[in-house]
Design a protein around this ligand. Structure first.
Ligand SMILES: *[C@@H]1O[C@H](CO)[C@@H](O)[C@H](O)[C@H]1NC(C)=O
Ligand SMILES: *[C@@H]1O[C@H](CO)[C@@H](O)[C@H](O)[C@H]1NC(C)=O
Ligand SMILES: *[C@@H]1O[C@H](CO)[C@@H](O)[C@H](O)[C@H]1NC(C)=O
Ligand SMILES: [Zn+2]
Length: 457
């Protein structure tokens, strides 16, 4: 990519100068190290780690591309292209802000359209740990219906794209399965083998979470495969409020909650009340966790189309909570990697969970999410058939020179990538969205036929 070579040139010059003047190289390297940008926590206080995030379904009520562009406004007004535009420019305005992004298939769509100026500035955000990728798969996959090989492939596709585009700083450290409807030990094992430091969940059974809140086992080490022993232990955290903001603190443009009004020259100042409410919520959340650190998710489905409405209000919350004398709470912009770094300093022995799954998921006593294991059976069967075509294509492609028909294979990989989404192969999407996944899969197979033919020729 053009930017890498452009950026490398001045850095090389600086390095050469440092060598000439005998200054140790390590000080230069430290500055460019990613994931070193964690805000400090305050010992003795409850540290509320704000995770500013958006959950962007790779298809659900609208198709993946309708969500990307924000078309079909009668269904919803949201567009992922505007979210990424808005978030990246708001991050650039204030170096304290942090944001996490998950779905690589959307990011790929957006990055393709960006000019050199935007790319360089986004690369800087990533290098400085201000924009952190989580999970990094082509989508946030379902955990019950996909074949394990398709899951590995969709993760490989996304992670390789991030590494090719951003290098080391683009590599996610933490898996983020905040919306899938239950969790499988098989997937946890794959994540552990992929080298993630841990995984965070939004949805576990309502009785399970109620107990865990009471007995402070929201965070644990999961041993998804008993035969591995402690070597296979994998940090697993359950979030307090799925992935939503605390009640009363949704600052997205479509939410009804009050902004923080703090100018004493204007009418309607509410900052003191809002700050007290927030502190009470943080204290309540913290009771469910073992350490003095707690994650506060600030975001939701397709949030941050107008990122300033979130960031401005979070900026103010942080400012006023931390300025409050004798406050028991410290609020900071954080990321899951920074949160884990804070936990690691605490020297805690985590409770363990042996090899069983987090299935089935009951969101309340009359709502068990089990129908999706078998719903849309013909679509599920089609996805499995196309997976066979993908495995075959990957093997045969090795007989061809590297770049030959790479786009054709990429088309099939992308189609399979989005099909593993938790509203795709699961069957929880609208009919026209299933049709769109099927069309992509069909186009992918047609393209892959070219690879297969070329390999046999
Ligand atoms: C990331 O890319 C670099 C350079 O191409 C490569 O050396 C490295 O092995 C890649 N890392 C992973 C985890 O794939
Ligand atoms: C806490 O609750 C969990 C979830 O139901 C349960 O599995 C675990 O055994 C409990 N732990 C303790 C120490 O009571
Ligand atoms: C961490 O905990 C272990 C066991 O509870 C203890 O032996 C050790 O001294 C602790 N280390 C620190 C740095 O607190
Ligand atoms: Zn979702």
């Amino acid at each position: 990519m053009g930017i890498t070579s452009r950026q490398r040139f001045p850095r090389l010059l600086i390095t050469l100068c440092l060598v000439t003047f005998g200054i140790p190289l390590s000080s230069q390297e430290d500055k460019t190290k990613c994931h070193q940008a964690c805000h400090p926590t305050v010992p003795g206080k409850i540290n509320a780690h704000i995770i500013a995030h958006t959950h962007d379904d790779v298809g659900w009520l609208k198709t993946v591309d309708q969500y990307y562009y924000g078309s079909k406004k009668e269904h919803s007004q949201l567009g992922v292209q505007y979210i990424l535009d808005s978030v990246t420019s708001e991050l650039a305005k204030n170096k304290d802000r942090r944001f996490v992004y998950v779905e690589t298939s959307f990011f790929w769509r957006w990055w393709e359209e960006q000019n050199e100026y935007v790319r360089v500035s986004v690369k800087e955000l990533v290098d400085q740990g201000r924009l952190e990728f989580l999970l990094g798969g082509w989508c946030m996959s379902d955990e019950a219906s996909p074949h394990y090989s398709a899951l590995i492939d969709q993760m490989t596709l996304g992670l390789k794209y991030l590494n090719d585009t951003f290098g080391e700083c683009g590599q996610p450290k933490v898996a983020w399965q905040i919306d899938p409807f239950g969790h499988s030990a098989e997937v946890a094992l794959e994540f552990a083998d992929m080298g993630f430091d841990g995984v965070f969940f939004g949805r576990i059974d309502h009785e399970d979470i109620a107990l865990r809140k009471k007995n402070k086992t929201m965070e644990m080490v999961w041993r998804p495969d008993d035969t591995l022993g402690p070597e296979g232990d994998f940090f697993t955290g359950v979030m307090y409020n799925i992935y939503d903001p605390p009640a009363g603190f949704c600052f997205d443009t479509y939410c009804d909650d009050e902004p923080i009004m703090d100018n004493p020259k204007l009418h309607g100042v509410n900052v003191n009340t809002r700050v007290s409410e927030f502190i009470e919520i943080v204290k309540k959340y913290a009771q469910a966790y073992k350490t003095n650190n707690v994650i506060i998710t600030m975001g939701g489905d397709f949030n941050y189309v107008v990122a300033s409405s979130w960031f401005k209000n979070i900026d103010k919350l942080i400012k006023y909570v931390n300025a409050k004398p004798n406050s028991e709470v410290n609020v900071l912009y954080s990321t899951p990697a920074c949160y884990l770094e804070a936990l690691n300093k605490e020297n805690i022995t985590w409770p363990s969970k042996m090899d069983d799954d987090f299935f089935p998921y009951g969101s309340d006593e009359h709502s068990y999410w089990t129908g999706y294991y078998t719903s849309r059976p013909t679509f599920k069967y089609f996805v499995y058939q196309v997976n066979v075509a993908l495995q075959m294509t990957k093997q045969l492609k090795t007989a061809l020179p590297n770049d030959t028909l790479a786009e054709e294979q990429f088309l099939l990989q992308r189609a399979m990538g989005i099909a593993q989404h938790h509203d795709a192969v699961s069957g929880t999407e609208r009919q026209h969205v299933t049709d769109d996944y099927s069309l992509y899969l069909y186009e992918g197979v047609q393209a892959a036929m070219k690879v297969i033919n070329a390999a046999y020729r």
